[in-house]
Design a protein around this ligand. Structure first.
Ligand code: M6R
Length: 599
């Protein structure tokens, strides 16, 4: 979603640094870009609809400045066009903004009554107007910002230039991430650490309702009442973002293929002998586990629900964070809430987490990005080691989440003795060998490409399964629709007859997985029902099934705890090859953002 970069330096030209930072954030998804800087005391604003490269082409080759702010916009209020792109300037104030100003309409009317005119449809222009209004009124920037924090509802990470203060960048933050990077005679601002990692690893994290003043040689951070804060300077510990696709055509393909490594790396501390499982948090005292997440992360949660309930006899509910935050959560001290997030910045997940914390109940997280907002807010975090995921469609983060949740459930089974030790040892051995189990599935590219050729011109595709197979099919369906733009739905196989089967016509593709012995026959019957109505069926199974009515993708028989990892890979690769045949922008699908930082 939207990205922010700012920089002020004593000597260096900051234009290439701003462009470089924006390029690093491109993977998050955006539709327009803009940049503003001060040159010879004059404010210059450049904005384009399109890519950061278009913005760069738009600037003079030798453009030079010592202070500036930049932005990539993912439209929320108003169309994708140059006028709605950031920065927005009103009077003396120029800002870039991530988040949503919820009371912008009310503020807009008030400002209009005071004589303000607005050019765009963006809520950000109203925020700039409000800041300008208070600045004119108080002639004091601290008072201006403090008043702004009091009056504005919603989420914001704001980076601001002020006409008659040409050496300072001001920042304000609430419910949208913002960091300040520290250099030598140069300081940086960014919505995400990777944007500035090439230049500095040292940074301050702004918390909600804090604001800051940044010059090339000084950083001061204040609380909402204007008290100076003594903040901890953090040092980034992770590895640098690699922007290298290697020999792969797309990041998504590279990331799918990395899964044989990333899964193993994520679970390695817990699987080498049975007592390693005890390094995982003890969840036995909880009567219920709630899992809260969005999109693919929520699908990972569903696989854990299956394992906790079927293999450890622990009640487990899974919620979409966007729903959870507005419903009755029936929380009490005996409930553990587990939050799953790749980015650690998803607005709905973060809001749901804050709700659980307000109720003073225990939280645990499965997060990929270290030091992200969600990671910092949790009581306890288990990190997935998927590395940086650049493709918008999540693949290696999903399998890392599934694997970590699976070993967490296995640890619960060990502690509760719901599975015999002998069997646990066998499962651990399977986890130790996961890389070699996955490699042949990953290498089966020809099969997936052939299937892609058969389906890429279709308009509707269905995914079915029962129980755990159904949960993985939801992820298979999401992968296909988000990158190939083919409409697809996942259904519990037994539910088809209750309505959906009316959509099955000649040659409608139907994917199924059947890997749970006691119910496989039922899923196969459901598949036969759609074959009888003309569907073209593809079946992922670990059984020895021979049926000329289906194209069969055979996977190795493994324990329940590993099955989703094996089933999902053919689904990911079929989605990939289908989108590739359609010529889609696979790594940056239309309308989507990597990190969904607005509600
Ligand atoms: O960063 P998060 O894991 O919190 O993101 C949650 C979803 O937005 C994300 O999984 C989304 O569904 C993916 N684009 C799916 O591939």
């Amino acid at each position: 979603m939207c990205g922010i970069v700012g920089c002020t330096s004593t000597q260096k030209n900051i234009i290439p640094i701003l462009l470089d930072g924006l390029k690093t954030l491109e993977y998050r998804g955006y539709d327009s870009a803009g940049l503003s800087f001060i040159k010879n005391g004059n404010l210059i604003i450049n904005k384009v609809k399109g890519r950061v490269q278009d913005l760069e082409n738009h600037l003079a080759k030798d453009e030079n400045a010592k202070i500036g702010i930049a932005h990539t916009r993912w439209a929320t209020h108003g169309k994708v066009n140059e006028i709605n792109a950031h920065p927005h300037n009103v009077g003396s104030i120029t800002i870039v903004h991530n988040g949503i100003i919820e009371n912008f309409n009310k503020l807009k009317h008030k400002l209009k009554d005071k004589g303000y005119h607005f050019k765009s449809q963006s809520d950000t222009e109203i925020a700039a107007g409000l800041l300008d209004y208070y600045y004119n009124k108080y002639q004091n920037l601290d008072k201006t910002i403090q008043k702004f924090i009091k009056k504005v509802d919603g989420s914001y990470a704001i980076c601001m230039l002020v006409n008659n203060d040409p050496n300072t960048i001001y920042v304000i933050k609430k419910d949208s991430p913002l960091i300040i990077g520290k250099g030598e005679n140069i300081n940086y601002i960014a919505s995400d650490v990777p944007a500035i990692l090439k230049y500095t690893k040292n940074y301050y994290i702004l918390e909600d309702c804090e604001y800051g003043k940044i010059t090339s040689d000084n950083i001061t951070i204040y609380d909402k009442d204007g008290n100076i804060l003594n903040k901890e300077l953090k040092t980034y510990q992770g590895s640098n973002l690699t922007s290298d696709k290697g020999t792969y055509k797309h990041y998504m393909l590279k990331e799918i293929n990395e899964q044989s490594i990333t899964i193993r790396k994520t679970i390695d501390p817990y699987i080498n002998n049975i007592d390693d499982l005890l390094k995982l948090p003890d969840l036995t005292k909880y009567e219920r586990i709630d899992i809260i997440a969005c999109g693919t992360a929520m699908h990972a949660g569903l696989t854990a629900k299956y394992l906790f309930e079927e293999c450890t006899n622990t009640k487990c509910e899974v919620f979409l964070a966007s729903e959870y935050r507005y419903q009755n959560n029936f929380l009490n001290k005996n409930v553990l809430s587990i939050f799953i997030s790749q980015s650690g910045e998803t607005a709905d997940t973060l809001a749901a987490l804050k709700k659980v914390k307000e109720a003073k109940c225990d939280t645990l997280g499965i997060v990929n990005v270290k030091e992200s907002s969600i990671a910092r807010a949790l009581d306890k975090v288990l990190y997935t080691e998927a590395g940086t995921e650049i493709a918008v469609a999540s693949t290696k983060a999903y399998t890392a989440q599934v694997a970590l949740l699976s070993v967490l459930a296995l640890a619960q089974a060990y502690r509760k003795k719901s599975i015999k030790e002998e069997k646990i040892l066998k499962i651990l051995e399977e986890f130790q060998n996961i890389s070699s189990t996955l490699i042949p599935i990953l290498e089966n590219a020809q099969t997936y490409e052939n299937i892609a050729k058969e389906i890429y011109k279709q308009n509707d595709i269905f995914y079915i399964g029962r129980s755990l197979d159904y949960y993985v099919s939801m992820e298979g369906s999401l992968k296909l629709k988000e990158i190939s733009y083919i409409h697809s739905e996942a259904y519990a196989a037994g539910e088809l007859k209750h309505g959906t089967i009316s959509l099955i016509t000649e040659n409608t593709p139907v994917f199924a997985s059947a890997t749970i012995e006691k119910i496989n026959a039922k899923t196969i019957s459901n598949l036969k029902e759609v074959v009888a109505r003309g569907a073209k069926c593809y079946l992922i199974t670990d059984e020895n099934i021979k049926d000329e009515n289906f194209t069969i993708i055979k996977i190795k028989k493994v324990s329940m705890f590993l099955k989703p990892l094996l089933i999902v890979i053919p689904y990911q690769l079929i989605a990939y090859y289908t989108a590739n045949l359609k010529g889609c922008d696979i790594d940056k699908p239309r309308n989507l953002a990597k990190s969904v930082t607005v509600e």
